[in-house]
Design a protein around this ligand. Structure first.
Ligand code: C5P
Length: 404
């Protein structure tokens, strides 16, 4: 499931320049499955039109407390009851003061009083206004009433000042929403066992040399952490990596593809999901030298015979009682074509493909983007940090399992 699926969010848009980012915010919330209904104040309308927000949210925008037609459609009390979260972004100094005072003289303020749902605000104002004692006291007051305050961020402001007061970016606000609702999913994968391979393998040439690759293991470890966080029992089978094992995950350390193959097949017997995230060497040295191979004056060239390694994920996918099996495809070109080919050839349930030729993502990077394919569909997971991406991938895997 998408983590915001079936979540009803009332988005209050008030009168700050950052309101122009709300169309993007609505889009991103909807990408995660949320239902969004916008309530806009008169100030908000000076910065973004209700028509824009209606188009992106797919719902009428509520503007006035005293509009009989709107009240007949979905009145303020209904909206207040409908919400799983009331999010005000941008929240101006004026809005924060009015929240603190408990005003009920416009639609948004009234909904905030009438709702039993949690309220979150993303403040946006000039840095001096943010630091003003009155604003800080209002923030203290609403925090004591359990209003969540997300941001503000620091940086250059529309007025030219620099400092705290910038509204968080839409993706940061969405991340707060995801984290906020995350806690309610702590047992989503309870009873499931996830086995995840991660990192590179190391294929010995002799006692001091080996063949390997640039995989850091970060993506596999992030997937492990995300699955564990949702209540799964998690076993990581890791090649040589330099990473801390996520809390409450079991980790089996291996070196070579053959060792990883053996560990994986012994672990998947009762597993629910197998994620092959490791960058397994396709070939190993046919005959590992017992002694260090010496350079000689006579030989300018050297040949090392290689033999094919077992295909771990294909062997898991071929088991009678196979877990839901997910592979990865790291490609430098024709990503979709190669990924779909592997999905079918290896008989996988799903494959997550990334373009490792792109700068700043994939191997050894903290960020990544994935295109996920299964036989009857596909999904794009946009460029973000691997921790967030892993959460989205785990949710996508669980979605597919429920659908199958
Ligand atoms: O065939 P290719 O190596 O590109 O396939 C990538 C996928 O297959 C990854 O999920 C990887 O972990 C898995 N794989 C494997 N065993 C191998 C080679 C690849 O499990 N020997």
């Amino acid at each position: 499931m998408m983590f915001l699926q079936h979540k009803n969010i009332v988005l209050g848009v008030t009168g700050g320049i950052a309101a122009y980012k709300c169309a993007e915010l609505v889009r991103r919330l909807k990408d995660h499955g949320a239902n969004v209904r916008v309530v806009i104040t008169n100030g908000g309308k000076a910065f973004i039109t209700p028509l824009t927000l209606q188009a992106v949210s797919g719902n009428p925008v509520a503007e006035s407390l005293l509009d009989p037609a709107a009240e007949a459609a979905m009145g303020h009390i209904e909206l207040a009851k409908w919400a799983d979260l009331v999010l005000i972004a941008p929240a101006t100094a004026n809005t924060i003061a009015r929240l603190s005072a408990g005003m009920a003289d416009d639609l948004l303020a009234t909904i905030c009083l009438a709702t039993a749902a949690p309220i979150a605000i993303a403040p946006a104002m000039n840095q001096q206004m943010w630091h003003a004692i009155a604003t800080q006291q209002n923030i203290d007051t609403i925090k004591k009433r359990s209003v969540h305050v997300w941001g503000p961020g620091a940086g250059e402001q529309a007025c030219g000042d620099v400092g705290f007061g910038r509204m968080l970016e839409p993706n940061e606000i969405v991340q707060h929403c995801l984290d906020f609702f995350d806690d309610n999913h702590a047992d989503l994968l309870a009873g499931q066992h996830w086995v995840i391979t991660a990192g590179p393998t190391r294929e010995a040439i002799d006692p001091v040399r080996y063949i390997s690759n640039h995989s850091s293991g970060k993506m596999g470890f992030a997937i492990a952490q995300a699955a564990q966080h949702l209540g799964a029992k998690v076993t990581i089978i890791a090649g040589p990596v330099n990473l801390a094992v996520p809390d409450n995950c079991q980790c089996i350390d291996v070196q070579s593809a053959v060792e990883m193959h053996k560990a994986a097949l012994s672990q998947v017997a009762n597993a629910t999901v197998f994620v092959a995230c490791a960058a397994v060497a396709d070939y190993r040295v046919a005959k590992v030298s017992e002694q260090k191979i010496k350079k000689t004056d006579s030989n300018n060239a050297m040949n090392i015979a290689l033999v094919k390694n077992p295909d771990i994920v294909a062997d898991v996918a071929a088991l009678d009682n196979k877990p839901f099996t997910v592979g990865f495809a790291a490609e430098t070109q024709d990503v979709e074509q190669y990924a779909k080919g592997k999905l079918q050839r290896k008989k996988l349930d799903m494959i997550a493909a990334n373009n490792v030729a792109k700068q700043g993502q994939g191997f050894n990077s903290d960020d990544n983007a994935l295109m996920v394919f299964w036989l009857s569909g596909q999904k794009k997971l946009a460029l973000t940090n691997k921790v967030e991406l892993a959460k989205q991938l785990v949710a996508t895997i669980n979605d597919r399992m429920l659908d199958d």
